[in-house]
Design a protein around this ligand. Structure first.
Ligand SMILES: Cc1cc2nc3c(=O)[nH]c(=O)nc-3n(C[C@H](O)[C@H](O)[C@H](O)COP(=O)(O)O)c2cc1C
Length: 277
C-alpha cells in the first residue's frame, strides 16, 4: 500500500459510503428528514417572514434576557463574583477589513481542526462520529486574504485545508442574498455553515443521533466563539444565524437538502470599532 493510500485509509472514508446505505434504517431517516424539513424556512418571493403578533411581541419584551427562577429552593449559596468578559453577538462587522490568511488559518485550525494522532477535535462528539460538516461560506473574496472565489469551501479537519466545492459567480450573489432574506449586503464577508451528514448522524443512534448532531453544532459554534475571543483579544466576534432559507442555501452550496442540510450559519469577522459591546 502506498503512503497516500495508507493516509486515505487512516483518516478518510469514501465520498459516498455505500455501507451506510445498507446499514441505515430508512424509516428513521425518513422520520428525521421530515421533521427536519418541518423546522426549515422556505423563501417565497415577496413573502418575507412577517413580524410577530402584538401579544407575542409584548411577551417577548417581558421575557428576553430574563431568567425563570425555581418557585421554591432549600437554600442559597452566594458564590464569588468575577469580572466577566464583555461579549455579545455583533450584527455588523467591519466589512472593509481584510482577514489575513494566517489569522483565518488559525481560527479554523484551533476551532475545528483534529489532532492527527488522537483524531480528537476541540469539541466532543457522540460515538466519535463527528457528523457535522464544516463549510466556509465566502461572500466577498476581496476581504479574505488567499481566497480567490466567492463560494463554498469544505474544511478538511486533518489537513487544515479548504476544498472548494462551489463557486458563486457575481450573478449568483443575488440568489444567495435572497436565501438570507437580505436586501443589501451580507453582515460579514465570511461565515461558517454547519451541515449535518444525516446518514452518519442517524446510523448508530437512530433518532437520538439527530439530537446529538444539534448538540454538536452548538458545541462547535461555541468553540469558534471562544477561539475568536482568545486569539483576537475580543476584537473579532461572531453571530449565529438561523434566518435563512435552509433548502435554497443548501442547494446553492452544492449539497443535498435531505442528506446534508445546512442547519446553522455563523457569521464572523472583525467587530466594528467602538462597537458597544
Ligand atoms: C441557534 C441560534 C440562531 C440564531 N439566529 C439568529 C438570526 O437568524 N438572526 C440574528 O440576528 N441573530 C440570531 N441569533 C443570535 C441571537 O439573537 C443572540 O445570540 C441573542 O439575541 C443574544 O444576544 P447576544 O448573543 O448578543 O448576547 C441566533 C442564535 C442562536 C443560538
Amino acid at each position: 500500500m502506498s503512503k497516500e493510500e495508507r493516509i486515505m485509509n487512516e483518516y478518510y472514508t469514501s465520498d459516498w459510503d455505500i455501507q451506510a446505505d445498507y446499514l441505515l434504517d430508512y424509516d428513521v431517516f425518513d422520520k428525521v428528514a421530515r421533521f427536519h424539513q418541518s423546522t426549515t424556512f422556505t423563501y417565497k418571493k415577496n413573502q418575507i417572514p412577517k413580524g410577530v403578533r402584538q401579544d407575542l411581541y409584548t411577551w417577548l419584551l417581558e421575557n428576553e434576557r430574563k431568567l425563570s427562577l425555581p418557585k421554591n429552593y432549600i437554600s442559597k449559596v452566594k458564590l464569588n463574583d468575577f469580572k466577566l468578559e464583555q461579549r455579545n453577538s455583533p450584527l455588523n462587522f467591519d466589512n472593509q477589513y481584510i482577514i489575513p490568511f494566517k489569522l483565518l488559518s488559525e481560527i479554523l485550525h484551533r476551532s475545528f481542526g483534529a489532532d492527527k494522532k488522537s483524531k480528537s477535535r476541540s469539541f466532543p462528539s457522540a460515538g466519535a462520529l463527528y457528523p457535522i460538516i464544516v463549510l466556509v461560506l465566502v461572500f466577498d473574496k476581496s476581504k479574505i486574504d488567499g481566497i480567490v472565489d466567492n463560494g463554498v469551501y469544505f474544511y478538511n479537519v486533518y489537513e487544515n485545508s479548504l476544498l472548494q466545492i462551489q463557486k458563486w459567480e457575481k450573478n449568483d450573489m443575488e440568489k444567495i442574498a435572497n436565501a438570507f432574506y437580505l436586501n443589501e449586503g451580507f453582515p460579514s464577508p465570511i461565515a461558517i455553515g454547519y451541515s449535518i451528514d444525516m446518514r452518519k448522524s442517524l446510523l448508530k443512534y437512530r433518532t437520538k443521533g439527530y439530537r446529538h448532531a444539534l448538540i454538536e453544532i452548538g458545541l462547535m459554534a461555541q468553540r469558534l466563539r471562544e477561539v475568536l475571543i482568545s486569539i483576537t483579544n475580543n476584537t473579532f466576534g461572531e453571530r449565529c444565524w438561523s434566518g435563512f432559507s435552509d433548502n435554497s442555501l443548501t442547494y446553492y452550496s452544492g449539497l443535498n437538502v435531505r442528506h446534508s442540510p445546512i442547519t446553522l450559519v455563523q457569521w464572523f469577522g472583525k467587530r466594528m470599532e467602538n462597537h458597544d459591546i
